[in-house]
Design a binder for this molecule. Structure first.
Ligand code: 5RP
Length: 257
């Protein structure tokens, strides 16, 4: 390989290697283009990937390619973004049935079970997404894993009242054996964990992140066990909910169903 060839190879790589943000934009836009049609009720997810889906909905409404849709945001952050784009918003109180919801995830296992809640929005996300006919997950390939747990802690939303007690009750569950529970501090997003104050969710609750060193053997059982602890509001295990996962990787876009 000559030095001219090697320079041109390096330039091509630089031109084609997409940034993480570009990958997120690709899947965010594709999910909207493939699954959102005029007249639908649409759930809008939370996070840096869902951001691009919301942006796409706003752009298509503005250009007139989408008409008569109403959306339900899954966090105050997403609500603000949607309002800034003039996206018509409703709530689950008036619209319990959604045609589609689109959201990111922190981890996706081979059965399409998810960990969500890295951004602290897990309760509203689950309330909205469980009511959607189709729940479309958008991720870059770094989110794929063989087993949930060691790659990303499981967030659990708990009431502030006697939260240390609730943390102990969760950690003592057989299905959570070996976990290290850590109360989330700073922002409610685990991506910005700095800060001396306890993180508070949009619902006024706390989040405890359960750190595991080994893959969780039975995520469905763990989900039921954690949910049964009094003081737990909900958790970031989203089992058997995904209709399709759209994945952006270095070789392009793929879809798992
Ligand atoms: C927020 C979430 C997000 O969907 C999840 O954290 C993924 O976020 P990002 O797309 O920024 O990686 O569950 O509660």
């Amino acid at each position: 390989i000559t030095s001219r060839q090697s320079t041109s190879f390096a330039l091509n790589m630089a031109e084609t290697a997409l940034t993480q943000d570009e990958l997120k934009k690709m899947v965010g836009y594709k999910a909207v283009d493939d699954y959102v049609k005029s007249g639908m009720v649409v759930g809008l997810g939370t996070g840096s990937t869902a951001y691009f889906a919301v942006e796409r909905v706003g752009n298509l409404l503005k250009s007139g390619e989408l008409k008569d849709i109403v959306c339900i945001p899954t966090s105050e952050r997403t609500k603000e973004q949607a309002l800034s784009l003039d996206i018509p918003l409703v709530t689950l109180d008036t619209h319990s049935k959604l045609d589609v919801a689109i959201d990111g995830a922190d981890e996706v296992d081979p059965s399409l079970n998810l960990v969500k809640g890295g951004g602290g929005a897990l309760l509203r996300e689950k309330m909205v997404e469980v009511m959607a006919d189709k729940f479309i997950v958008i991720v870059d390939e770094s989110k794929l894993c063989d087993g949930l747990g060691p790659g990303f802690p499981i967030p659990v939303e708990i009431t502030p009242f006697c939260h240390e007690h609730t943390m102990r009750q969760v950690a003592a569950l057989d299905s959570c054996a070996g976990c290290k529970p850590v109360l989330r501090m700073g922002s409610s997003s685990s991506n910005q964990p700095d800060g001396d104050d306890i993180a508070v969710t949009d619902n006024g609750n706390y989040i405890v992140d359960l750190h595991f060193e080994e893959a969780i053997k039975d995520a469905r059982k763990m989900a039921l066990d954690i949910k049964a602890v009094v003081g737990v509001v909900d958790h970031g295990l989203f089992c058997d909910m995904s209709t399709a996962v759209i994945i952006a990787g270095k070789d392009g876009i793929s879809v798992k169903k």
